[in-house]
Design a protein around this ligand. Structure first.
Ligand code: SAM
Length: 276
């Protein structure tokens, strides 16, 4: 019989399972949210889905019904029996019981045939940012990421220049992806109930990326520019070739007294490409 997330409490008792705060375990108990995530992900039978943290398998179950294959990473081995029972009969799911941050994903996906690689997950809040960064820094060839994250974190992901949420992470993410909010999610649909609300954010691979001579130089420039958010570029970048930087900034009507939070991505790209 189909597993319903609402029955999770019964399963916890049956398997004597305790939710672990240290693993960011807030499980979804509202099936509508899961259906909504699936609906918005346009997964089909050519899609390999990566799920980080299947928990009791509520999302995994529905992902498997739509995708070609689902590859999951779960850090908590005490979920093994519950997952086995809840996902019984579905033969397109593989669960690797390991820390996603230590996994060699490019190696793990080699054996699969697929046309699209998606990530769909309700992410553990304490490692949300490192998980997203891993996809970029390890060049995991994802086409789309649909993830549930804490609202504030999601706001930073999609932040635009001249807002207080705009930081180095917003620049990196928006360089590689088009970032869009899909759904607001109330804290009441989780067990245990977290202190904040969540949102579902979608990252779609940008086909019109600006050309970069070196992504390392770009990453470092952006990171250094935001070292002290309230300080000007002149201050944060004092070890750089300021003359060259000023020349580029002038083209866009900025100067060295500008702060990083005012600078759009294409200007960072142009500066980085001139630092050779
Ligand atoms: N997908 C389930 C749901 O929506 O009900 C659970 C989501 S819960 C927010 C996060 C899950 O990620 C937990 O199952 C937790 O054990 C797992 N997790 C935490 N850190 C992890 C890591 N570093 N690698 C893999 N899984 C992790």
């Amino acid at each position: 019989m189909e597993y319903s997330p609402i029955k999770f409490k019964e399963k916890m008792e049956k398997y004597n399972f305790n939710l672990k705060k240290s693993f960011g375990q807030n499980f979804i108990i509202d099936e509508n949210i899961i259906d909504n995530i699936i609906l918005n992900s346009d997964i089909d039978n050519n899609t390999l889905v990566l799920e980080i943290g299947p928990g009791a398998g509520s999302l995994t179950y529905k992902l498997a019904k739509h995708a070609k294959n689902v590859l999951c990473y779960e850090i908590d081995t005490s979920l093994k029996d519950i997952l086995e029972e809840n996902l019984k009969g579905l033969n397109n799911i593989e669960i690797l019981f390991k820390d996603f941050l230590k996994a060699n994903v490019n190696e793990d996906i080699k054996k699969y045939n697929y046309k699209k690689l998606y990530v769909v997950a309700n992410l553990p809040y304490y490692v949300t940012t490192p998980i997203i960064i891993k996809f970029i820094s390890e060049e995991i060839p994802v086409d789309k990421i649909v993830v549930m994250v804490q609202k504030e974190v999601g706001d930073r992901f999609k932040a635009k220049p001249n807002t207080k949420e705009y930081n180095s992470l917003s620049v990196y993410l928006n360089y590689y992806f088009v970032v869009k909010k899909i759904l607001d999610v109330s804290r009441n649909v989780f067990i245990p109930k977290p202190n904040v609300d969540s949102i579902v954010v979608e990252f779609t691979k940008r086909e019109d990326k600006y050309e970069l001579k070196s992504s390392q130089v770009f990453f470092k420039l952006v990171k250094d520019s935001f070292t002290q958010k309230r300080k000007t570029l002149r201050n944060n970048l004092r070890n750089y070739d300021l003359e060259t930087i000023e020349k580029v900034l002038k083209k866009y009507n900025y100067d060295l007294n500008t702060r990083a939070e005012q600078i759009p991505i294409e200007v960072f790209v142009d500066i980085a490409n001139n630092l050779f």
